[in-house]
Design a binder for this molecule. Sequence first.
Ligand SMILES: [Zn+2]
Length: 322
Amino acid sequence: MPKPNLVWDQHTCLPLRPDANVELLTRYARPGGCFTSVNVGYSPHSGSEVHALLDAFQHAVATHPLLDLAVTVNDVRSVTTEGRIAVAFDLEDSAALGDDLDALHVLAQRGVRAMLPTYNHANAAGCGCLDTDDTGLTTWGRDLVAEMNAAGVVVDGSHCSARTGLDLCDVSEAPVIYSHSCLQSVWQHPRNITDDQARACAATGGVVGITGVGIFLGPNSATLEAMVRHLEVAVELVGVNHVGVSTDFAFDHADFGAELAANPELFDDSYIRWGPIEFMPPEVFLGLDDALASRGWPNDDITAVLSGNFMRVAEQTWPRAS
Ligand SMILES: [Zn+2]
């Protein structure tokens, strides 16, 4: 069974500190190369804090021998054909923009290639997945999606409310993704998405990224078996061309636990009831191709889910030239 040329992880989490060690990303190293989208902030972060993280991560990635920045999809190809790790960035929540849509274009120029408008709770753009009232995307949120389409930033429904996610799919002229969201039909969790959300995402040409977090996959078990179950149900639901993967891996578990403790208003019991959250380490995640092959998946389907589908969305969305 030939290995896929590339693995595409649509969301991973270094500690959100400028001194975070990007060497950690070399845990994704594999002969066929890997792309990973590194988070540069979520709802508590200001614009200046996001830019400080971008400054630090960009410099550290660009000067690391095994890592390189990917501005375009062609950059992903050229970096990873050498077996190295290509890195772009994503932002969780639009609060860092303030009310300035021009700030989005600056972030796009600096390598932010995906953004979810709302993180768990309502903001100026729309509602979050932990809100009890779900009024969907706001007027400003609709303007934001238009700017994201213009700037080449992929519209991401993860962490948004169900209606906000459906509204994103209605409004966006480019494919909408769920970068790191599992399925409610497999495991009930407020961070997981409904079948309707998954279908609407696929109808835009988008991709549902099944993610390796224990509390989203099931009762806090981040196993390949649990991930394969979500993937197989997702493929049955929306087709193999609309399913992808991400790790949402917190490289520093203590740091992530400190984030939860420091921001209790951002999370709820669904995050903490199982104790420390289990994450799927990159070394386990990179065995997913073998796990799918052993389940009898055709190689083309494995390639589509492990890299081809998210890469197609990037081709259709990201800026084409540096
Ligand atoms: Zn997240």
